[in-house]
Design a protein around this ligand. Structure first.
Ligand code: FHN
Length: 441
């Protein structure tokens, strides 16, 4: 029996909600933190003079570790500087409303006290602290939704990684001509029970975020079965579309609505061109890697990340922005600086983000629109040099103000071609400035 502690023990089994009610908190949240953390965070994408290309969480594959060689990293995973409360506070201060932690990535190492496996934080690692539990408690205390990522791909489990079969290596997981007949046993006796542990022992789980759906061994029958299994345990949990086989490439959208299980699409490292009439969440890295990789200095600027948040919300999506903590349990300083900058912006402009949706108007050249409760928010990326903001003429203004200065009404004039709003010469924000337009009935 796990000692869940007082906070999680209070987790309730609430009444079953309708789909719209179930999705409501997630749709309103708009901004979440992805955390890629595991034994790969010690490796940092480097092995001798070799640097892994792309994501450092793929170190086991990219740097050619055998299972035995790789096992020594979980055996030394001892992140003494891990502080769940501090992580949650950083997410919260950035304006994020939920956290998705990689409970087990492709490497197969579980960050919680799994009774199904010894390849976990309690039995293999010297750390011997249940990371999932600590983070779940910290989220609950600070009012952030706690969510878990789980990888279907498992390079460590003998029935999943397929090395038992001739000419099969971990990079060939997506080759349909290579079938691993042992995989269904891994699914039934290992993967499903592990997912069950996560849903039964850590209180309410906001989202279960699967990954690794592309491997040919995993079937749509398994996906539908898993989705039902999860909702039977926690009826109100939300599950991403990678639980099944419906996503298309990296765009993550479900191309056949209704045919596959899953509650939302998961575009990865990209933002759709226009709004999409279904739930979706774009996940993205701050540099070019999900797992910690000091060699990667390709950081997106804070301004760029703020614009991406706005762009996504203006198209009806959520933004899941990644952090790759190091092997000691620290967020990279570059990530912390970007979280701070996003927090300063969301504190001033959050009204135009949380609970907002796509507007019916085409995106303007100078920025984006969001809308909520009879208000259009004009997010201006490029402040007009002539002091005249040109908007869609169908927007009927009752009152226009700067979001950060509600007492100064701005003059508005509709011409035959556009709506003109007279704005101050100087942009109120150094990144995205927001003009609030209350609509006439
Ligand atoms: O292979 C993974 C990758 O490491 C990372 O976890 C991302 C996050 O969406 N998903 C994968 C590929 O789709």
């Amino acid at each position: 029996m796990l000692n869940m502690g007082p906070v999680l023990a209070q987790a309730s089994s609430k009444k079953k909600l309708s789909d719209d009610e179930r999705m409501e908190w997630w749709r309103d949240s708009k901004f979440g933190m992805f955390i890629h953390w595991g034994a790969y965070s010690i490796i940092g994408g480097e092995r001798g003079s070799k640097i892994a290309g792309g994501g450092a969480e793929w170190a086991m594959d990219k740097l050619d570790y055998t299972i035995e060689e790789y096992e020594k990293y979980p055996e030394m995973f001892n992140p003494q500087l891990f502080d769940a409360d501090a992580w949650v506070t950083m997410a919260k201060n950035a304006g994020m409303k939920y956290i998705v932690l990689t409970s087990k990535h492709h490497e197969g190492f579980a960050l919680w006290d799994s009774k199904v496996s010894d390849y976990d934080i309690m039995d293999t690692a010297p750390f011997k602290r249940d990371i999932v539990k600590e983070l779940a408690e910290a989220c609950k205390k600070q009012g952030i939704k706690f969510c878990l990522y789980y990888s279907i791909v498992d390079w460590h489990h003998p029935q999943a990684q397929g090395n038992l079969y001739p000419n099969y290596n971990i990079s060939q997981h997506d080759d349909p001509s290579v079938v691993n007949p042992e995989f269904p046993k891994y699914y039934e006796n290992y993967m499903k029970p592990q997912v069950g542990e996560l849903l039964k022992n850590y209180g309410d789980i906001g989202v279960v975020w699967f990954d690794g759906d592309w491997i040919s061994d995993y079937t749509t029958e398994m996906g539908k079965d898993l989705y039902k299994y999860i909702r039977d345990i926690q009826p109100n949990t939300i599950v991403n579309n990678r639980v099944d086989k419906g996503r298309t490439g990296m765009d993550g959208m479900n191309n056949k609505p209704g045919q596959f299980a899953g509650d939302f699409g998961t575009p990865e490292q990209e933002i759709p061109d226009t709004g999409i009439d279904s739930d979706w969440e774009a996940c993205m890295t701050m540099n070019g890697t999900w797992g910690y990789k000091p060699d990667d200095v390709n950081w997106k600027s804070s301004e760029d990340l703020i614009e991406k948040l706005v762009d996504i919300v203006s198209k009806g999506g959520n933004f899941l922005l990644n952090i790759g903590p190091d092997g000691y349990g620290r967020f990279p300083a570059q990530s912390i600086r970007r979280l701070d900058a996003m927090g300063q912006w969301t504190k001033k402009n959050g009204e135009a983000i949380y609970g907002a949706t796509a507007s019916p108007y085409e995106k303007p050249k100078w920025g984006r629109y969001t809308q909520k409760d009879g208000v259009i928010y004009a997010h201006v990326f490029e402040w007009p040099k002539d002091g005249l903001l040109k908007l869609n003429k169908d927007i009927k203004v009752k009152k226009a103000t700067l979001l950060t200065d509600p007492n100064t009404e701005l003059n508005a004039l509709t011409t035959s071609r556009e709506l003109l709003i007279d704005v101050p010469q100087l942009a109120p924000d150094t990144t995205v400035s927001v003009v609030k337009i209350e609509l006439a009935k």
